[in-house]
Ligand binder design. Structure first.
Ligand code: F6P
Length: 341
């Protein structure tokens, strides 16, 4: 079989492990040809192919990023985009596609599948907000990076008697904020799932600093918003591609804290550091498991499904079941983050 392979959307650690598994298992076990597309759906539209051999995947298991390149590009939103996808797939005699991506890439995958293309998807995003799976590739490494950063910020916060506001990624869900916040011992964790009340935050900080502490760490997801009707109004600032402007919400929250409490307050925006560098073993393993499962699924004739982790097992979830859904942080996890403040 000639299988097309692409990585779309934001990159993350562990993508190369998944690509390697698809090539090793697809070629080694079944004798398939794996045709990579450069830069996600853009490469499919432009016919930018990279036929993958064992040579391409040598030594990539521990490398960050994606050897195929990636782009934020949605063919169904472009004039003639889906027709161009179909033309390339026909020209390259692609019989099935494996798409590694987050919500945008998977949405595009279901649009292409509607045209009769066999597709298996693999979830990746450091945000961990793809529905249907306990974990997406990249999340564990991002939490590790954010936790390490919070640990480091702790010592400088304490030395300077400061409130440190640390912004992490998470547009629609606060998985990184909540997990790294708990692991790093943050005093306050702000996530999109639980709109915040700036009055409560400043009251709490004043109480804490009066009672026993000389510093505090506030971890905030980039998509966090204030509670409606509270004393701080703020609208999420987005750029021309709908991306959240890094640092906007944390700068604003820091300013409110500083003016309301008088505490010396600083902001650290972790940004793309969370997406770069060496994947943790957990993401290498997850990428490898998803890659093998995707090839097996195609071999068994499956289509329009996504590989997913449920507990300890890898399962297949229909794409239709997860389309347009965001997996939010559950209340009990949010509670732990708040309870420990
Ligand atoms: O990968 C998802 C994500 O990390 C979001 O949390 C963030 O808003 C976005 O990517 C930023 O991506 P970029 O700046 O690469 O478009």
């Amino acid at each position: 079989m000639r299988i097309g392979l692409l990585t779309g959307g934001g990159d993350c650690p562990g993508l190369n492990a998944a690509i390697r598994a698809v090539v090793k298992h697809g070629v080694g076990e079944y004798g398939h040809s794996i045709i990579g597309f450069r830069n996600g759906w853009k490469g499919v539209v432009e016919g930018d192919v990279l036929p993958l051999t064992r040579q391409h995947i040598r030594g990539v298991l521990d490398s960050g990023g994606t050897l195929l390149g990636t782009a934020r590009y949605h063919p169904h939103s472009e004039d003639g985009g889906l027709d161009a996808v179909m033309a390339t797939l026909e020209a390259e005699r692609i019989e099935a596609l494996i798409c590694i991506g987050g919500d945008g890439t998977l949405h595009a995958a279901s649009k292409v599948a509607e045209r009769g293309v066999r597709i298996v998807a693999i979830p990746k995003t450091i945000d961990n907000d793809v529905a249907g799976t306990d974990r997406a590739i990249g999340f564990d490494t991002a939490v590790n990076i954010a936790t390490e950063a919070i640990d480091r910020i702790h010592t400088t916060a304490e030395s300077h008697n400061r409130v440190m506001v640390v912004e992490v990624m998470g547009r629609s869900a606060g998985w990184i904020a909540v997990n790294a916040g708990i692991a790093g011992g943050a005093e306050i964790v702000l996530a999109p799932e639980d709109p915040f009340d700036i009055d409560r935050i400043t009251r709490y900080l004043q109480h804490r600093h009066r009672a026993h502490a000389n510093f505090s760490i506030v971890v905030i997801a980039e998509g966090a918003v204030p509670k409606e009707g509270s004393s701080m109004t703020y609208e999420t600032k987005v750029g021309q591609f709908g991306e959240i402007i890094a640092g906007a919400v944390s700068e604003r929250v820091a300013r409110e804290i500083a003016t309301r409490t008088g505490f010396d307050t600083r902001v650290t925006v972790l940004g793309h550091v969370q997406r770069g560098g060496t994947p943790l073993p957990a993401d290498r393993i997850l990428g490898s498991r998803f890659g093998v499962a995707a090839v097996d699924a195609l071999h068994e004739g499956k289509s329009e499904v996504m590989t997913a982790l449920r507990g300890e097992e890898i399962v297949l979830v229909p794409l239709a079941e997860i389309a347009g859904k965001v997996k939010h942080v559950p209340p009990d996890l949010l509670r732990v983050a708040n309870a420990l403040a």
